[in-house]
Design a protein around this ligand. Sequence first.
Ligand SMILES: *Cc1c(COP(=O)(O)O)cnc(C)c1O
Length: 420
Amino acid sequence: MTIRNLWNRRTFIGSASIFAGMMLNARKIFAFSGSRRTAALPEKLTGFGATGNVYEELGVTTVINGQGTMTYLGGSLPRPEVAAVMALAAEHFVPIVELEQAAGKRIVELLKLPADYDAIVTCGAAAGMQSGLAGILTGNSSKFIEQLPDLTGMKSEVIIQKSHRNGFDHQLRATGVKLIEVETREDVKRAINSQTAMMHFSNFANASGQIKVDEWVKLAHENQIPAFNDAAADTPPVSHLWDYANMGYDLIAFSGGKAIRGPQCAGLLIGKKELIANALLNNSPYEDTLGRGMKIGKEEIVGMVKALECYLNEDHAALDKEWWRRLDSVSAEITRVPGVATSFNVPDVANHVPHMHIAWDPRKISLAPRDAAAALKKGKPSIVLGSSESGLAMNSFMLKPGEEKIIAEQLVLLFKAHSA
Ligand SMILES: *Cc1c(COP(=O)(O)O)cnc(C)c1O
């Protein structure tokens, strides 16, 4: 059975024993011998999960996701191969630190990173930001590692462009540092002092700050300060996985559970060898560390390696074409309703995938965009799209095959119901 068939089967047949099915398929995919297995996996689930829909059993409605890789909706759907290796990982005990180091080595090879780079799997990009900065602050000093977030004796400031401030810098502040906001190059010069630990860049804000991604790292290095790039949601394109290391960034964080379709609770921290080693010292499984609460499991670590391997092997041009085809097919249906118009865009960085904006003439269709989104969410099946003052917004890269047809049908019904 091909991977594509497996994916379709999992999503559409919804068999009564998806987990068992997955393991049976894992056996087929990897052709691994039964004799080396230590744990007996159930061929069929009884009790919770027996229906094949754990969410329905808990009374939680699943949604068709036309909004994208949103953590609040569960990020992305891990590739079946990722789920399969995670199940394999769950069959053995293994020293986690050794596993992190070995996975990092494999990731460096997969991404062909520069020789002085290493990587660890964290429980998300946000965790990578916190542990990466913690490692810069503490070095390998066990005294400092235990002391965080009390910064006595350590550097205490991180420079960030004002327009790059967002909710994720809470993870930086959690180490105890003070964020120093800058706007101009002059501001940066004035802000740098003996307490400056790091210069932080939020990749998706590249366009909104005066200092762009390539200049930021240069400014940092001219002043012997490490530079961090939060590129959490910045694949595709796949090349971003190595672009920022090649640019010289000392640390870079990616989400594993977004477009890479790795485990939801995984992320990638790549960077200079010593900084990666010190980031790990500040993270689980080490105790009495700031990062002990950000536990990463053996399953997520190997799942992330597999996800990267699959992502690198993906036919990205074909995927992009398919995402456009889905949006075009929805557009073709809904623009047949008088007054409905669509337009398209691809954000430069962060969610660099096709997006469609759906607007309508209020004289022909009497429906506020917010109410349209709420009605879709309440519908059966439940559909989540973005909404703004000017209309609805959707993308198609997190849709399961065929869901674009359901979205088109529901939108047409909704618009017709509110047509004059
Ligand atoms: C999603 C996101 C994060 C957090 O990533 P997780 O993998 O969910 O921890 C951080 N920064 C930006 C810009 C993001 O989009």
